[in-house]
Design a protein around this ligand. Structure first.
Ligand SMILES: NC(=O)c1ccc[n+]([C@@H]2O[C@H](COP(=O)([O-])OP(=O)(O)OC[C@H]3O[C@@H](n4cnc5c(N)ncnc54)[C@H](OP(=O)(O)O)[C@@H]3O)[C@@H](O)[C@H]2O)c1
Length: 244
């Protein structure tokens, strides 16, 4: 897996407590070519073997900066995964109409889905090596595509992911000037059986609700096939490019 990264590559997952994040962790722990793995969560996660844990919160830039500094002390990082996100909370769900818009909910959704991953990029892109292949990948969603949107609804979630996709494109342009072998992309995992999708799984066609392990492995194989000229784009679990 990830043969496009150097032997003994070093990886970090910002958000290894979630459904897909934990599955990324399992896949990278099994990958003998991954020499060091850092896993972050709001709570300290279990450590062992090549895996070290750290805490961060997407709404606290200082915690992100401190995590990046700690990871950087061990050396450069070739793979940064950001599988965090929010669709619903205790008091809110995705809006079906503009009448349901609420500034407080929009602020939370943008803080978690857009601003937090951007701040991770701010600190973690510095950790990528200048002269070796590297990947920064944040989890977005197909519903964040403006061109692909024919259903409407889910205003805050869709808009926050569309904004994330724009930031990924921007960062990729800046990054490739300094680090020519880098990739900066967003990913759509399919519909995956996690807490995030749980209230919305009823209409999912048979065979289209993926396990987190299946989705994570698909996404890692997609990343493995990418070349630096494909930076700045959004890719689905099956390798398809998602239009913006
Ligand atoms: N599941 C799907 O069907 C689906 C479909 C399309 C796109 N996606 C995208 O895939 C990504 C992963 O989703 P998932 O299904 O694995 O969801 P999940 O199981 O709910 O995981 C969400 C992750 O985000 C973390 N998070 C939330 N708020 C945070 C904060 N303030 N600080 C730090 N971490 C925070 C959670 O940490 P805690 O454990 O501490 O809460 C958890 O690790 C998301 O970007 C989602 O939008 C998922």
């Amino acid at each position: 897996m990830l043969e496009n990264l150097p032997d003994n590559f070093r990886a970090v997952i910002f958000g290894a407590s979630g459904g897909i994040g934990a599955a990324f962790r399992r896949a990278l722990e099994e990958d003998g070519r991954c020499a060091a793995l850092y896993v972050g969560g709001r709570q300290l996660l279990e450590e062992g073997g090549k895996t070290r844990s750290f805490t961060f919160d997407l709404t606290d830039e200082a915690s992100i900066a401190a995590s990046a500094e700690m990871i950087g002390e061990g050396g450069q990082v070739h793979l940064v995964l950001v599988p965090t996100g929010i669709l619903h909370g205790k008091d809110f769900g995705p809006e079906r109409s503009w009448r349901e818009l609420n500034a407080e909910t929009m602020t939370v959704v943008f803080a978690i889905n857009t601003i937090g991953p951007a701040l991770i990029a701010k600190h973690a892109l510095e950790l990528l090596p200048r002269d070796e292949p590297s990947i920064f990948a944040a989890l977005s969603a197909r519903v964040g595509s403006i061109g692909d949107n024919s259903l409407g609804g889910w205003h805050s979630y869709r808009a926050s992911k569309a904004a994330l996709n724009m930031l990924i494109r921007n960062f990729s342009i800046e990054l490739k000037r300094k680090k020519k072998q880098s990739l900066c992309v967003s990913l759509h995992p399919g519909t995956v059986d996690t807490g995030l999708s749980e209230p919305f799984q009823r209409g999912v066609p048979e065979g289209k609700l993926f396990t987190p392990d299946y989705s994570a492995r698909q996404l890692l194989s997609v990343l493995c096939e990418l070349t630096p000229d494909q930076t700045g784009q959004s890719f689905a679990w099956d390798g398809q490019v998602i239009e913006w």
